[in-house]
Design a protein around this ligand. Structure first.
Ligand SMILES: C[S@@+](CC[C@H](N)C(=O)[O-])C[C@H]1O[C@@H](n2cnc3c(N)ncnc32)[C@H](O)[C@@H]1O
Ligand code: SF4
Length: 459
């Protein structure tokens, strides 16, 4: 498959509106408190009967300092002692959940996210991994896809060696921007030396995939300053880039109010930055995976996309389509069978549930047949930029043209605009439409009309 993109400024301007990132469908906004422990247990039973590998997500919410732009679920504290009771409860949750899942199911994917997982010290990380190994069937031959998000300001060569020893083999580094003025404006001071030392240590220790997170649209950023950051990182050739569009929603994220609106780049500058990013990464040989992600052509994500095996979940793109995802820790979201479920978002509520010996699931959503159908369509489009109607018709026993008549009407307008090609057999997203894949998926989202204002801008 052709994995290139074309930057069409006019098209992007016309389609610049807010929308979900489709790490799930329905999105997390549809989770409701009518779904609790009983419903979760029912789905686990069904999932065990079906069998298959598992994916585990662990949320470590703590950060030492706050980055003003941050929209992640985190708890900012200098007090490392806060990790102790959290870790105790997380280990109890692992034991509780581990008992519910059939222990013969291998854990093909595991991810620690945050917050900042490296807020934990080595002994704590070791305990967390050992407890997981005790209650779930982890691979011990390095064949699982086990990944961690690290903050290079909190990590050194020794940490990287320890993480590898614990079983991690994929790593993602938060960077965002090297420009000193931008770093000051967002309260994240991070040197090149510490960032590249971590990247090099990860390579030396044999991490199979290295990712760098950058954000465009931060205060005081210019096309030239961001190009500088990108050039410096490109010289170290990480396997993947996540280049996020800054989601500025100060009414939802308090610390974003520390950012001066007047310092934010205009949409015209953001578009120029995006164009520059696409150009530089393509010139450097990276391919566009979709939705903010680029990878080297031999990275497993790029390979999975070419082979039609890419998938999307709460951690972004993944190669593990067949795994049920078990979310562990405060705010974690899981997907088990045909349901999504989330743990308590507040630490005290999470702690209270665990101390009472209860699963901390507080809300979720059961997918009906229409949700499953739309999820399959959206996942296929966002991962592979094409859809063959007959495949969906066979899987869901529908007539695509009849079921999605209004959606196809909308797609015809997009076809006229050059976003995609549409014929009797299916949809093919054009190289110019790829950067607007979210807009194309939005056509199939039944819930969107009521929710639009709650999402960040597409570009
Ligand atoms: C959990 S953090 C990564 C690990 C670690 N906490 C760190 O910052 O190095 C996840 C990533 O989300 C991205 N991010 C956070 N807030 C964002 C926002 N408002 N808009 C876009 N991306 C954001 C950043 O790129 C960040 O690296
Ligand atoms: S970007 Fe990372 S380190 Fe900064 S506040 Fe967010 S989660 Fe914490």
């Amino acid at each position: 498959m052709d994995q290139s993109i074309v930057f069409d400024l006019d098209l992007i301007k016309r389609y610049d509106k807010s929308g979900p990132r489709y790490t799930s469908y329905p999105t997390a906004l549809e989770l409701h408190e009518g779904f609790g422990e009983a419903e979760y247990l029912r789905h686990i039973q069904k999932s065990n009967a079906a069998g298959g590998p598992l994916s585990l997500y662990f949320h470590i919410p703590f950060c030492d300092t706050v980055c003003f732009y941050c929209a992640c679920n985190k708890i900012v504290t200098k007090n490392r002692a806060h990790a102790v009771p959290y870790l105790d409860n997380l280990c109890k949750e692992i034991e509780m959940q581990g008992k519910l899942f059939d222990n013969s199911r291998p854990v093909n994917q595991l991810h620690w996210g945050g917050g900042t997982p490296t807020f934990l010290n080595y002994q704590q990380m070791k305990r967390l991994m050992e407890t997981t190994r005790e209650h779930f069937n982890l691979h011990d031959d390095d064949s699982g896809e086990y990944s961690i998000e690290v903050d290079p300001r909190e990590t050194n060569d020794l940490t990287i060696a320890q993480l590898r020893e614990l079983g991690f083999n994929r790593i993602s580094l938060g960077l965002q921007d090297f420009d000193p003025d931008v770093q000051k404006a967002v309260n994240r001071l991070q040197s090149k030396e510490q960032t590249f030392a971590v990247l090099e240590a990860a390579r030396k220790e044999g991490f199979r995939s290295t990712n760098i997170d950058l954000i465009y649209g931060l205060p005081l950023q210019t096309v030239n300053s961001f190009a500088d950051t990108l050039d410096q990182v490109l010289a170290y050739a990480p396997d993947r880039f996540s280049i996020f569009n800054y989601a500025h929603m100060p009414s939802r994220f308090k610390t974003q109010r520390q950012i001066n609106d007047a310092d934010l780049p205009t949409s015209a500058v953001k578009l120029e930055i995006l164009q520059m990013v696409g150009q530089k990464l393509t010139d450097a040989g990276y391919v566009y995976i979709g939705m903010d992600h680029f990878a080297k052509p031999d990275d497993e994500l790029a390979v999975a996309q070419r082979e039609g095996k890419l998938y999307r979940n709460f951690q972004g793109y993944s190669t593990h389509s067949d795994c049920d995802l078990v979310g562990l820790g405060v705010t974690s979201i899981g997907r088990v069978g045909d349901a999504y479920m989330q743990n308590y978002k507040e630490l005290d509520e999470y702690d209270a549930a665990i101390s009472q010996g209860k699963l901390p699931v507080f809300r979720g959503v059961d997918l009906d047949q229409d949700d499953k159908l739309r999820r399959a369509v959206i996942t296929q489009l966002i991962c592979h930029f094409e859809l063959t109607f007959s495949k969906i018709e066979t899987e869901f026993a529908i007539n695509f043209a009849e079921y999605f008549a209004p959606e196809l009407e909308n797609l015809r307008l997009m076809k006229a605009d050059g976003l995609l090609d549409l014929n009797a057999d299916g949809i093919q997203v054009s190289t110019a439409g790829r950067l607007l894949i979210r807009n194309i998926c939005m056509v199939f989202d039944k819930y969107l009309a009521q929710k639009q204002q709650q999402f960040s801008k597409v570009i």
